[in-house]
Structure formats: C-alpha cells, structure tokens
Design a protein around this ligand. Sequence first.
Ligand code: ATP
Ligand code: MG
Length: 338
Amino acid sequence: MGEPTQPRQRILSGMRPTGRLHLGNLVGALWNWRMLQDTYDCFFMIADYHALMSDYEKPAGIAPSAREVLIDFISCGLDPERSVIFRQSDVPEHAELHLILSCYTPISWLERNPTYKEQLQQLTAKDIRNYAFLGYPVLQASDIVIYKANLVPVGEDQLPHLELTREVVRRFNALVGREVLVEPQAKLTASPRLLGTDRRKMSKSYGNQIDVADDPDTIRKKVMSMITDPLRIRRGDPGHPEDCNVCQYFKIFCPADQETVTDKCRHAKWGCTDCKKYLAEILIAFLAEPRDKRAELEAHPERLKEILADGAGKAQAVARATLEEVKGLTGLGQMFND
Ligand code: ATP
Ligand code: MG
C-alpha cells in the first residue's frame, strides 16, 4: 500500500477583464499560475464584478474582454482539465457572500486600505468614489473564502488586502462561534516587474503594453517604439545594458542570448535599432505557441462556451456549499426543518 495521499491545497486567483492580457500579466502572474497547477487545486477567475466597479460608466467592454482573457488564459497554459477556470458573475454566490461579509466588515478597515487611497489619487480618468469600490476588498474576501482557498498567490503590494480577508474571516468565525471560513495564507512570489515600451511599469492603463495576442507586425511596431538606454545617443556610443529596458527583456524571454546581447550593446557592436529588431523576432517566436492556440480556440467558440460552462458548474458546486453553511449560521438559512 502506498502512503495515504494528502488532499491538495486550494488556490484562488483572478484577473479583471479590462482588456487583453499583456506580457506583464504573463511574467507577473500567468507563468506562476501555470506552474501552480502541478501542485495545487487551482481556481482561476475572470473577475468581471471587479471590472464593473471601475468601468460601470462604460461596461460594454467587460464581456468581450472576459472572452479575450479566457482565450489568453488557455492559450498561455492554464489547463481547463486540471484547473477550474470560470467567470465570477457566472457564480452569483460571490455576490451574496459579499453582502453577508460586508455586515461583518467595519468601514474603518476599508477606509484605511492603502491601495484604495492610492487608486483614488491615481485613477483620475474613472470615477471610483462609489460604494462598491470602497468595498472591493470584501468582494475579494468572498472570492477567496467561498472556495475555502488555503493559499492566494500575491505580490508584496497586495498583502494588505489579504490581511483584510484574514481579519474578516477571524471576525466572522468568532461571531458565529464556528471555524467555518478558512483563513487564507499568502503565497508570496517574487516575479519580475516588466516595464512597458515607455519604461514605466507595463499596464493597460498606460497604453504601453505588448499583448500576448499581438500579431507579428504589431509586435515589431511596438518593440521599435521602445525607449532604450537614454545615455546612448549615437550608434557608436557604448551602451548601458543594465539600464536598458530592451536588454532586460532578453533576460526574461531569451536568457540564452543575454550575454551576447549585453556584450554587443556595451561595446557598441550593434545599435539600439538592431537590438530591437532582434528582440521583436524573439518575442514573435516566443508568442507563436499562444498565437496558434488562440487561433484554434477562436475557430471553435463552442469549445470556449463549454470550458466556461464546465468551470462555472465546478466553481458553483463548491461556492454553494460554503454559502449554505454561512447562511445557516447567520439566520438566513432554512426556517423549517424539512
Ligand atoms: P490595470 O491598468 O487595469 O491595472 P494592468 O495591466 O496593470 O491593468 P492588472 O489587472 O493590474 O494589470 O494585473 C493583473 C496581474 O498582472 C497582477 O497579478 C499584477 O501583479 C500582474 N502585472 C500587471 N502588470 C505587470 C507588470 N508590468 N509586470 C509584472 N506583473 C504585472
Ligand atoms: Mg494594475
């Protein structure tokens, strides 16, 4: 007889459908998620309620973006056979638990959330002074605890959110007198922070991104527009690869070439244009597999629908069970014993 197998720990993570995924999302999240599938039971969510909180004035983009994100997820290696891939609003239990947990969340906990304060200042193009946005950490808490997830992959900057989830869980469990909700732990992952074509952090909001689904010509155009080493003005000047965004890309996407590229730059054996032309071809080759998978999925929308329905079914079965337990403990459950 073999060793008894331990049940696998559960992970939940999600992405807001606010556009297609870019290389920053790939290196900062999806690569890690793809790996986690080997060891954990993973739930990967397309968080459309979260998108609505900031995009409610122009919600028409959310559903098409959710479709794009679904295709990006699968074409970048998330496996619907092994992981539960679902759209948040297909499991409305998230919203119901959100309302229940909001009863257990003091407003002061939300107001002191550093990301909230930061976003209010930075996201000036959107009016996020709404009730839902203040409470988004409560929805996040619901997203996690409804699956009794043990681990949540986060970067350091997201630790305060997870702490809030843990506080809500502790408060809820203490008040209902049962350890019904699971306190999730952070699964800290050090992932590179990819810079965009303009050297700021790659982000949809800055419009400086290279999308996973970009076609070869678009990739060439974007890479050629990348800002390189600001100190290298003439072709003959020696470069500073350690300060050059383009050189950093080789480290991530083609480490085997990094030494040669660094040498050519440092000793002015090639110009930034040559370097960028080369990088564009590397990225095009690198993204060939997701591009092919995407084309295949786009040709079979019925397969996409199937994946989404299957994911919603699996997610909902778990979510419903947790919600029933919670309702039973909060006076919202059954009234009669039948
Ligand atoms: P938005 O502009 O709407 O904030 P975004 O492009 O910044 O969108 P997010 O939805 O904020 O993307 O991020 C989704 C995931 O991708 C998060 O886990 C985040 O840490 C990661 N991520 C986003 N941008 C980068 C980047 N430039 N480098 C590394 N990881 C990133
Ligand atoms: Mg962002």
